[in-house]
Design a protein around this ligand. Sequence first.
Ligand code: NAD
Length: 471
Amino acid sequence: SVKEAVVNIEIAEMKGRKSVKECVTIARKAFSNGRSRSLAFRQTQLKGLLKFLENHKVEIEEALHKDLRKHKQETNTSEIEFVANDLRYTLIELKKWIGPEKPKKRIINSLDGVYVYNDPYGVVLIMGAWNYPILLTLGPLVGALAGGNVVIMKPSELAPATNKLLAEVLTNYLDQECFQVHQGGVQETTELLKQRFDYIFFTGSSKIGHIVYQAAAKHLTPCTLELGGKCPLYIDDTVNMQKTAKRVLWGRMLNSGQTCVAPDYLLCTKQVQELFLKEAEKIINKFWGDDPTKSPYLSKIVTENHFKRLVEFIKGEQISLGGQVNSKELIIGPTILTNVNPHSPIMEEEIFGPILPILNVKDAQEAIDFINSREKPLASYVFSNNKKTQNLFLKQTSSGGVSINDTISHIMTENLPFGGVGQSGLGNYHGKYGFDTFTHKKGVLVKDFSAISEMALSLRYPPYSDQKTQI
Ligand code: NAD
């Protein structure tokens, strides 16, 4: 039967698949062989990665459509080109970054060599999330390869079509011992985390972030944890509401809200809420039509369980706009909720769907107090033309990053670090920050042997005397 045939194929695939231990042994051997360290090798790998993105653009678009019903324009801008830009920039800068760096010397070291070596960590584990299955696997890979590391990648099991491309096609563009893909779910991740790595880079929820951090602690392995949380948004009455509503709805609904830095809830006065809803209604119609569940520009919710969770969130809440659901296709129309209780289930966890609850506050200070009473978010958003209000948020709240008068775009800005703080994460990457994340900063002093240096050093040798101390 067809079912038996599928099972047989799966068994054959499993048999052909290397065990976690085998993968790590291959990676260790490749790293100790030293080839991943040279500039030329790193450049070849990075160029290989770029070629993969260029040569397989259409297959990537198709895979993401299969996994998430993502529109190809979103796939291009928020996945393929995002990584490709980081790659092009890294290829230009890499020679400079590798170093060794020569920091400013103090007079006492004027005859010495003072250097910072950027050493690769060694064997690195990268675990990506399903919502941007190209960006969140290949984005960190850029920094890891630029840093001269050997990589084992574990993409999320919830984006199988994209994973197939990574495992079967991308591997042909890179050194097959210095880059391996290990596929699987909870069981495989648990097995992977028992191994000793030199660095772990994890993107996922704060809950699983705790599990990863504990596993890393067993071997004192350094980690970057790119986690999630509820990203707040504040709008005041000084802004153009039409432009604001466009920028907010784009960011909230991108990938149907399944974006770690999406604005999760809106804080504003009742008056601002009314203006926002008026504009939002027009914009939702313009962007996604009369029945958004039929729009080709909305991704599907990744699984039935994720879909049910979101539908539960809406139940019992006051729906001011949207609320359409298509349970067959797993699509939810852009939905805006008002009069939301800060203790309702939708305000207790990250939404990760196309729903925006609005909570009323009387002013910016009340919004800041609300934000500060919760865990530190991955991103926060302020729409205001008042510099004082902008500064109030910048100085009095802590978050991974901030966009003022826009959503999401701070993470697309070259030269800005991307990462969380507190429960939203640990560490950062993108561009030079990615290279720094994946390299150990080794301080090196090359001492001079001349008579002058020897004389200076004689002060530290016994016999000690008051005279020596005074000099
Ligand atoms: P998740 O944490 O639920 O799962 C991540 C991976 O962990 C899974 O693929 C699975 O293989 C593994 N896993 C699950 N349970 C496990 C267990 N008990 N033991 C060991 N491994 C286990 O995250 P997700 O659903 O893939 O992604 C959604 C979350 O990721 C959201 O919270 C989102 O905000 C966050 N996120 C963060 C960023 C960022 O860059 N900061 C980007 C995208 C997503």
